[in-house]
Design a protein around this ligand. Structure first.
Ligand code: ABU
Length: 389
């Protein structure tokens, strides 16, 4: 009898072991870095996307020369704001991008848009919504786990609703689902009468940020994954408490989250500032030096500086900087999805032995993000590895 029960227990625990979270056979979500072979991606949708409300925290991220335009159009659908031909090309580019991804054997899924023009209300604030075009900002994928970020712009507070069905489906098939604590977003999260010094050459930190440390807040796009090491961008949308929350949350997985400070008076999202296309290679933005770059160099990584973008500065980037040239997605460590007119960065990739797969996408840049922002890679073949020691 004893022998039989030992065998039963052993069989049971062996089965339980094979279902432990972190086992990729049982999770449809699996991505530890930016470069393993891409299998599945969330692509944002432009439907019902609105020009953002220019609340103080948005002002802290966006260049002042865009304020008048945004003030004039806040809360309106982009399709009613943007020049019709430009908007039509944007939709064509979006459709074509799906075909390119599918042609590469990548499964493409989408969030569910809500009506972003509706006024959103909590006991602490009221705002219009923005969009579900940029899943990178909301979804932090680490291995088998989907982390819903807090989001920091009050206008983006309810964006999580667009991802519920998608996340629930991944979860029901075995992925781990975590939602970071939803913030209160009281007035006291934002420093009163804050104004960023757009000419500042100081490394950005909590003293220069609009955010207080009243509660943890972060956007997922402030994190770049390199296996056991994740780099976190201290920014106008991710405070130290937010990064610390992610650090403590991921520590049991053996992940180390490193805070990075850059010279950038209006930092928002790391993926136009520092990008890691493959193990041992980092690309940085020439206008945004990094205080902690020595960590990568010390580990033997090559750090190369991106060329200036080719797309004209006066192209209608209604929200973002021109550095969307650096906002790319790896198909695997040898091939990169990059905007077709960004020739300089394509040449840099070629020099590094990475083949550019050219994607016409610049009209999609106009409403806020590049190829990396518009996507969130949920499944890549490859396992958790240590690339730093
Ligand atoms: N969401 C990425 C935008 C960052 C930038 O404007 O450089």
């Amino acid at each position: 009898h004893d022998q039989i029960s030992i065998n039963v227990v052993n069989k049971l625990s062996a089965r339980l072991c094979s279902y432990t979270p972190g086992n990729k056979k049982h999770s449809p979500v699996w991505a530890w870095n930016e470069w393993d072979p891409l299998e599945e991606i969330v692509l944002g949708l432009p439907d019902m996307a609105c020009c953002p409300e220019i609340l103080p925290e948005a002002k802290a991220c966006i260049s002042e020369n865009k304020f008048d335009f945004l003030l004039k159009h806040k809360g309106k659908y982009w399709k009613d704001v943007i020049e019709p031909e430009h908007y039509k090309i944007m939709l064509d580019e979006h459709k074509n991008f799906i075909k390119i991804l599918q042609g590469e054997g990548v499964k493409v899924v989408h969030p569910e848009p809500i009506d972003f023009a509706k006024t959103l209300c909590t006991p602490n604030f009221t705002a219009h919504g923005v969009d579900c075009a940029m899943p990178r900002d909301f979804l932090l994928i680490v291995g088998n786990e989907m982390i819903e970020s807090t989001m920091t712009w009050r206008s983006r507070y309810f964006e999580f609703m667009c991802y519920k069905k998608l996340i629930k489906d991944y979860w029901s098939r075995g992925a781990k689902w975590t939602a970071a604590p939803k913030p209160m977003c009281k007035e006291t999260l934002f420093k009163e009468n804050y104004r960023a010094d757009e000419d500042s050459t100081a490394f950005f930190d909590e003293k220069t940020s609009i955010l207080t440390e009243e509660e943890p807040v972060f956007d997922a796009a402030d994190f770049i994954r390199c296996g056991r090491d994740i780099f976190a961008h201290v920014s106008q949308v991710s405070n130290n408490a937010g990064i610390e929350w992610v650090r403590r949350h991921l520590a049991p997985k053996g992940i180390r989250v490193h805070s990075m400070n850059f010279v950038d008076p209006k930092p928002m999202h790391i993926d136009t500032t520092l990008f890691t296309p493959r193990p041992g290679l980092a690309i940085t933005c020439p206008e945004r030096p990094c205080l902690q770059i020595g960590m990568l160099k010390k580990a033997g990584w090559d750090v190369v500086v991106a060329p200036y973008p080719d797309i004209a500065k006066n192209f209608p980037y209604y929200i973002s900087s021109q550095w969307l040239s650096l906002n790319v997605v790896m198909l695997d460590e040898n091939r990169v999805l990059v905007e077709k007119d960004e020739i300089g960065i394509q040449k840099l990739f070629e020099k590094c032995g990475i083949t550019p797969v050219k994607v016409p996408f610049k009209h999609c840049f106009s409403i806020g993000g590049g190829i990396h922002c518009w996507t969130s890679d949920v499944r890549r073949r490859g396992d958790l590895q240590n690339y730093f020691d």
